[in-house]
Design a protein around this ligand. Structure first.
Ligand code: NAD
Length: 361
C-alpha cells in the first residue's frame, strides 16, 4: 500500500479527538470522514482537520466510498456492532479500549476480522507511556530478577464520569471502573510481567459511595441524554487478586470513587527476586515517579529512573497504520484482546458469586 491510509473516525468525544489529532499528525494517514452525534463539535472538528464528509450516524460513514479503515471511539456497547459491520465491508478497524462489553462480543469481533482477513487492533495508550516502556526495559534486562508480586492501580476520589451518562450504565458500558480504567491497568501490568497466563481470579466490587451521591466528577464533560434516568448500576470500586501460572500474584485496584486523597492516580509496584520497582503517576503527569529498589551487596539502593513522556495515542495510531500497511493482516486479528475481556468477565463473575474463579486447570 503506497498511498495514505484513508481512515474514518467514529466518535467525537475525548477518545475520538485523540484519534483525529494523531491521524492528522501522521504522514501516512488521511482522515476520510467523521461521524458523531454532537453537531457543533463534529462540524468544528471537520473544519479544523479539513474533512469534507461528516455525518451524525456511524452507519452512514460506513456507506461512504474510499475508506480503508475506521477508528471506533464510541460508547462500549457500540464497539462490536460497528467493528463487525466495518470488517464485513472490508475495512480495517482500530477499536478503543475496552475491546467490548464482554468476551462473547470480543470473540465475535475477532471472528469477523479473521473472516474478512482484515486488521483488528485495540488501543491501549497507557502501555505506550515512556515510564511504562522504561520499566519494561528494566524488567527485560533482568534488573528485578523474577517479578513474583505485582500490584497495579488506578484510583480516583471523585472521578465518576457523569451520572446517567453511558459510562454508569452496565448495559451500555459493560461495567464500571474495572472495565473502564482497570482494563488499562490490567493491560500494562500483564505487559510488564511478560503476559503470564492468569490461572484464577478473586474479586470484589462495591457501589457504596456512588449510590449515596459521592464521587461524581464535577468536571465531567460526558453527555447525559435529556430525560435519561440518573442510572448508576455499576461498581464504583473493584479489587482483584489474580494467581499467575508461575506462582506469582497480581493485585489490581480500580476506583471512580473512594475516600482517598484528591485527584487521579495510577501506577504499579513490582517485587522480584533481585529488585523491586514502583511507578506512581498523579493527575495524568506525562512523566511518572519511577523508582528501582535493589540490594547492592547488603546495602539498599534506590534509583530514580528518568523516562521520556511517551506518545500515547500517537503510538497507538502509528502501530495500527503499520499493521494496515504490512502484508501480514492475518497476524493482527485482535485476539490478544479476548484474553483481557475474559479476565474482566471472570472478575465480575467472581465478585457476583463471591468466590474464586479458576481459568486454568
Ligand atoms: N484510551 C483512553 O485512554 C480512553 C479514554 C476515554 C475513553 N476511552 C474509550 O473511548 C470510547 C469513547 O469514550 P469517550 O470518553 O470519548 O466517550 P464520549 O461519550 O465522550 O463520546 C462518545 C462519542 O460517540 C458518539 N456516538 C454515540 N453514538 C453514536 C452513533 N450512533 N453514531 C455515531 N457516533 C455515536 C457520540 O456522539 C460521541 O461523540 C469508550 O470506549 C471509552 O472506553 C478511551
Amino acid at each position: 500500500m503506497s498511498a495514505a491510509v484513508r481512515v474514518g473516525v467514529i466518535g467525537v468525544g475525548w477518545a475520538g479527538q485523540q484519534h483525529l489529532a494523531a491521524l492528522d499528525a501522521h504522514p501516512d494517514a488521511e482522515i476520510a470522514a467523521i461521524a458523531g452525534l454532537e453537531e457543533p463539535r463534529r462540524e468544528e472538528l471537520a473544519a479544523k482537520y479539513g474533512v469534507a464528509r461528516h455525518v451524525p450516524r456511524w452507519e452512514d460513514l460506513l456507506d461512504f466510498d474510499g475508506i480503508d479503515a475506521v477508528s471506533v471511539a464510541v460508547p462500549t456497547f457500540l464497539h462490536a456492532p460497528i467493528t463487525i459491520a466495518a470488517l464485513e465491508r472490508g475495512m480495517h478497524v482500530l477499536s478503543e479500549k475496552p475491546v467490548a462489553r464482554n468476551e462473547t462480543e470480543a470473540r465475535a469481533m475477532v471472528d469477523a476480522a479473521r473472516a474478512a482477513g482484515r486488521v483488528l487492533d485495540v488501543g491501549f495508550n497507557h502501555r505506550q507511556r515512556g515510564d511504562i516502556q522504561k520499566l519494561k526495559a528494566v524488567i527485560d534486562a533482568g534488573r528485578l530478577g523474577h517479578p513474583y508480586y505485582a500490584k497495579a492501580w488506578w484510583l480516583r476520589r471523585n472521578g465518576i464520569p457523569g451520572r446517567g451518562s453511558w459510562f454508569t450504565n452496565a448495559e451500555l458500558a459493560g461495567g464500571g471502573p474495572l472495565v473502564d480504567i482497570g482494563v488499562h491497568v490490567l493491560d500494562y501490568a500483564l505487559f510488564l510481567l511478560g503476559n503470564p497466563t492468569v490461572t484464577a481470579v478473586s474479586a470484589s466490587t462495591y457501589d457504596l459511595l456512588a449510590s449515596s451521591g459521592f464521587g461524581f466528577s464535577p468536571s465531567s464533560t460526558k453527555t447525559v441524554p435529556e430525560g435519561a434516568p440518573k442510572a448508576f448500576d455499576v461498581e464504583d470500586l473493584a479489587t482483584v487478586f489474580m494467581r499467575l501460572e508461575d506462582g506469582g500474584t497480581l493485585v489490581v485496584e480500580a476506583s471512580w470513587a473512594a475516600h482517598r486523597t484528591a485527584g487521579d492516580a495510577f501506577g504499579v509496584t513490582l517485587y522480584g527476586t533481585q529488585g523491586g520497582a514502583e511507578l506512581n503517576v498523579v493527575d495524568y503527569a506525562p512523566r511518572g515517579d519511577l523508582r528501582l529498589y535493589t540490594d547492592d551487596g547488603g546495602v539498599p539502593a534506590e534509583t530514580r529512573l528518568g523516562a521520556p513522556p511517551g506518545r500515547g495515542h500517537e503510538a497507538v495510531i502509528e502501530q495500527f497504520l503499520e499493521k494496515v500497511r504490512s502484508d501480514r493482516w492475518a497476524e493482527h486479528d485482535g485476539s490478544a484482546a479476548i484474553g483481557l475481556a475474559r479476565l474482566v468477565d471472570a472478575c465480575y463473575r467472581s465478585a457476583a458469586e463471591q468466590r474464586e474463579i479458576r481459568l486454568v486447570g
